[in-house]
Design a protein around this ligand. Structure first.
Ligand SMILES: Nc1ncnc2c1ncn2[C@@H]1O[C@H](COP(=O)(O)OP(=O)(O)O)[C@@H](O)[C@H]1O
Ligand SMILES: [Mg+2]
Length: 222
């Protein structure tokens, strides 16, 4: 298994947000984390990423306790806070991507990713001038630069319009097909076009449940 969450609880001060959550995520899984606002979805992701430190329960990534995990390039993360994004310097898309690669990937790799994402033509644009959909694609490229094993998207469709949403879904489905494990957080039911494998439901009363999707024989489009 890739990620093993064991009896995780998390509180901000005295306020418990996650209580006794256990779930395993296998390589290639596509997990949708679903729940109303305030149910602890982003908190869970921040536990996975070491942003919130795990004190009750454990999370293992590739068998390593997340508290001791250091290889963060295995995670591609797109945070919930893209809305109103404004970078402090007038960087171009290319500059942002160059500075963002921890492993100093070749120019080829981001050019190819930009091309796959259909945004090669904006490479010299100021990132603060992009539309929500363009910005999101740039962030997906950035998240993919260091060949992550897991791609984590927190409320990814919040800042993009309908037309781009479809493009976005296709992109994520394709990445998952290539073997990348996907964790997608949403507070809506609008994920039916995604090839998800599991849904983790999080509720305001701190209960959680897991659904495994039954894929009908032959219904997989190729
Ligand atoms: N840094 C924080 N400090 C204190 N409370 C927080 C913090 N972050 C989130 N919360 C609270 O924890 C609860 C869960 O938040 P969050 O994980 O962001 O939920 P979701 O992503 O499902 O909307 C909310 O009530 C929120 O107000
Ligand atoms: Mg959230």
């Amino acid at each position: 298994m890739l990620i093993d969450i064991r009896n995780l609880s998390f509180a901000y001060g005295h306020r418990t947000v996650i209580s006794g959550l256990s779930h395993t995520i296998n390589p290639g899984d596509f997990l949708v984390v679903k729940g109303k606002n305030g149910t602890g979805k982003s908190t869970l992701i921040k536990c996975l990423l070491g942003i919130n430190s795990v004190k009750n329960g454990m999370i293992f990534f590739n068998g390593v306790d997340i508290n001791y995990y250091r290889q963060w390039t295995k995670f591609g993360y797109i945070s919930q806070d893209l809305d109103g994004f404004n970078y402090e310097y007038p960087l171009t898309v290319e500059e942002l991507l160059k500075f963002s690669s921890v492993t100093k990937k070749s120019e080829q790799s981001y050019l190819r990713l930009l091309d796959n994402m259909g945004i090669l033509e904006i490479i010299n644009q100021n990132i603060n001038s992009l539309s929500g959909g363009q910005l999101q694609r740039v962030f997906i490229v950035r998240a993919m630069l260091d060949n992550p094993e897991v791609l984590i998207l927190d409320e990814p469709t919040a800042s993009i319009d309908r037309q781009n949403t479809e493009f976005f879904y296709n992109t994520i489905n394709e990445l998952n097909k290539k073997g990348i494990t996907v964790i997608l957080i949403t507070h809506t039911d609008a994920f039916e076009h995604m090839n998800y494998t599991h849904v983790l439901n999080m509720a305001l009363d701190l209960t959680t449940s897991i659904e495994t999707r039954q894929v009908e024989e032959g219904s997989e489009s190729s």
